[in-house]
Ligand binder design. Structure first.
Ligand code: ADP
Ligand code: MG
Length: 306
């Protein structure tokens, strides 16, 4: 094995995790955020990068790109049951970029941060051929919700509708038509801050859907040592006709929440709007996907960089 392509993204992260001793008094590599206990609470820390022509097209509107950059980080804080507080912004910019473009970007980012009481405390600025945006976000949670705390025989829920971002991306890439909803979900997805307070009392484990439903469900399985049966017909999937259902649910960038909960809480959880019961945990340690009772085996589970 010679290249990163052959090694793969998750094997590389695992190598890093093995090499760097993880502390006993904090949670490091492996969840949506690092969890650092401090006084009677916990700091949550996450970092994400958006790179031109990798994560977004060169003509991505700057106002929406800023919203996306902060929301994908807020989504990781939400996935750990936290509130976002402090941000650091690192920018790599092509010198020929128009001042008006970067002004639109930072004004939009300021609005998004101010509306959520997030303070920008610093960052870094450098030159590069391509635009890249890297945000580190720090949040706080008294009781963090992790990927690793699901148990067998729990219900598995998904918020919102997934696949819209995939259809938006595909439409832009191939110059096809798509609804404003799909385009918006790709260009400027929103973290589910609106639902977290209702979900938090019940969620035993949680992850946000950034890399595809099946792959992210698999992260809950491997972290919690459980399996998950997923019932495709129960998933609220985007109705756009340009992609099939498996492509829609494995693209990622939905930033919806996948969480587990005890069966006794089912009626309370189903009373929350925009939440659907889509599966059940078990002892199998693997994902099994059912489509109206028939097992289906998808060719891919989600997005990886390599
Ligand atoms: P998410 O999709 O929730 O942002 P990732 O799949 O990017 O999560 O990362 C999974 C875990 O691996 C996280 O805990 C993250 O901090 C860690 N991680 C990813 N890349 C690296 C890296 N290069 N070095 C150290 N930790 C990393
Ligand atoms: Mg995440």
């Amino acid at each position: 094995m010679d290249t990163i392509q052959e090694l793969g993204e998750f094997a590389l992260i695992e190598k890093i995790k093995t090499l760097f001793e993880q502390p006993a008094d904090a949670l490091g590599i492996g969840d949506d955020c690092a969890v650092i206990p401090i006084y009677n609470t916990n700091l949550l820390v996450t970092v994400d990068t958006l790179i031109e022509n990798v994560h977004f097209f060169s003509d991505h509107p700057m106002e929406k790109l800023a919203k996306k950059a902060i929301n994908i980080n807020i989504s990781d804080i939400v996935a750990c049951g936290g509130v976002s507080k402090w941000a650091f912004l690192s920018l790599s910019l092509n010198p020929s970029m128009k001042i008006s473009q970067i002004e639109t970007f930072i004004e939009s980012l300021q609005k998004s941060c101010a509306s959520r009481n997030i303070y920008l405390l610093g960052g870094n600025t450098a030159k590069d051929d391509k635009l890249s945006i890297n945000i580190t976000l720090i949040g706080q949670a008294d009781k963090p919700i992790l990927r690793s705390t699901a148990k067998p025989n729990q219900d598995v829920y998904l918020t919102g509708e997934i696949g819209c971002s995939a259809c938006g991306f595909y439409a832009i890439k191939n110059k096809l038509s798509a609804s404003d909803k799909c385009l918006e979900r790709f260009l400027a997805p929103k973290a589910r801050t609106d639902l977290i307070d209702q979900i938090k009392p019940y969620a035993t484990a949680m992850i946000d859907i950034s890399d595809g439903l099946l792959q992210d469900a698999e992260h809950i399985c491997s972290s919690s040592n459980v399996g998950i049966d997923i019932f495709l017909e129960n998933i609220n999937i985007c109705e756009n006709q340009n992609l099939n259902d498996i492509d829609k649910i494995t693209f990622g960038e939905d930033y919806e929440l996948l969480f587990c909960a005890d069966q006794k809480d089912r009626s309370s959880i189903l009373a929350i709007s925009d939440v659907k019961l889509i599966g059940r945990t078990n002892n199998s340690k693997k994902i099994t996907i059912y489509n109206n009772g028939r097992i289906i085996i998808p060719k891919k589970y989600g997005f990886t960089h390599f």
